[in-house]
Design a protein around this ligand. Structure first.
Ligand SMILES: [Zn+2]
Length: 363
């Protein structure tokens, strides 16, 4: 077993990361030590760095990670979520969370809200627990972490986005239920929105309509399955009219919001056809309240659902989707590679200044 791990510690917003070395003291029952290979900076990592969301500190950020099993406690799980045998050397992805599968929340399909929830890339460094983020050479996967062994032929940046972006989108599409023949509006075409275009198409959507304020991103959605694109006009209250003009009589059966922008959410509700479903994912930071006309919701028989993070089933769907579609859609284009752990400050600066879908760090 390795004895030390290089890490980049986050102490406070906008401060340089502290490059350090942690001792790997040994594994607790059921734990698995993973040699992290690659991490992508998720939007929430950037918001934490900028001080727009609060995290326990000091911490190791990074939760969109992939790595290889380096050591396993004697009683560690011998197989993954799919029943595939696990051994040292296997490349694996894992859920952002660890929680007791017997807890009432986990039993209700919401393990990401269980009382004993532990979230990788979101926990404080303590003497007892310190290797739990992606900006580190090693991570310790604690007991009750859903793990899946990966196909080695898929490029690293593509498998890395599975355990936050792709799995969260898989959760959104689980809530959307059967999309066969439906017209789906994807609002906000950052990393999650663009993956959602491809996944909705793969789930049989008749038409995928992408909505954003950024014309370059919208253009790219066409390579990920979008049939129509809608640029949000400067005055969002005109969106319905613009949509009607561009989409004609195309009824919107499902709208999934990844933007978190109240204007987009309100307009999405306006655009929904009778019996439509709105799924809200992007609202994970403080915003003004959304205005809803309850009579419209009632008369149009609309359904509104929210989702935060994802469950083990969504992780399985995410891995399955990437394995089947990684050659169909150019996912690798979404990740700007080229940084190493000692260049972490430059990686964050690049992400903030250039706003690519993801910045990747080789570990
Ligand atoms: Zn994330």
């Amino acid at each position: 077993m390795p004895l030390t791990a290089s890490v980049a510690i986050f102490n406070a917003p906008l401060e340089s990361f502290q490059l350090d070395t942690f001792r790997i003291s040994g594994l607790q029952p059921q734990e698995i030590l993973v040699r992290n290979e690659y991490v992508t900076l998720c939007r929430s990592d950037l918001l934490t760095y900028l001080g727009k969301r609060t995290e326990k500190t000091p911490t190791l950020l990074g939760h969109e990670i992939v790595g290889r099993i380096a050591a396993m406690a004697e009683d560690a799980p011998q197989s993954d979520l799919l029943g595939q045998k696990l051994k040292v050397g296997d490349r694996v992805t894992w859920a952002i969370f660890a929680s007791d599968p017997k807890s009432p929340m986990a039993q209700a399909g919401l393990p990401q809200k269980a009382d004993d929830l532990f979230k990788y890339g979101h926990e404080a460094i303590t003497p007892e627990s310190h290797l739990h983020g992606g900006l580190s050479e090693y991570i310790i996967l604690r007991k009750h972490t859903p793990i899946i062994k990966l196909d080695e032929s898929i490029p690293l940046p593509v498998v890395t986005i599975i355990n936050c972006a792709v799995a969260t989108v898989a959760g959104a599409l689980r809530l959307a239920e059967d999309l066969t023949g439906k017209n789906v509006l994807i609002s906000g075409t950052g990393m999650l929105g663009i993956i959602a275009c491809a996944m909705a198409k793969a789930k049989g959507a008749a038409n995928v309509i992408a909505l954003d304020i950024n014309p370059q991103r919208l253009e790219l959605t066409r390579q990920f399955g979008a049939d129509y694109t809608l640029i949000l006009p400067t005055e969002p209250q005109h969106l319905s009219a613009v949509a009607a003009e561009q989409l004609g009589q195309l009824p919107i059966h499902t709208m999934i919001d990844f933007s978190g922008a109240p204007d987009a959410i309100e307009n999405g509700l306006e655009l929904l056809a009778i019996g439509g479903t709105a799924i809200w994912i992007g609202s994970t930071y403080p915003q003004r309240n959304v205005q809803i006309n309850a009579e419209k919701v009632v008369r149009k028989i609309l359904t509104i659902k929210g989702l935060h993070n994802y469950n083990g089933q969504d992780l399985i769907s995410a891995v399955d989707f990437i394995q089947k579609h990684h050659t169909v859609y150019p996912f690798e284009r979404l990740v700007h590679s080229g940084f190493t752990l000692d260049q972490v400050d430059a990686a964050f600066q690049y992400a903030i200044e250039n706003n690519p879908f993801r910045v990747g760090i080789t570990l």
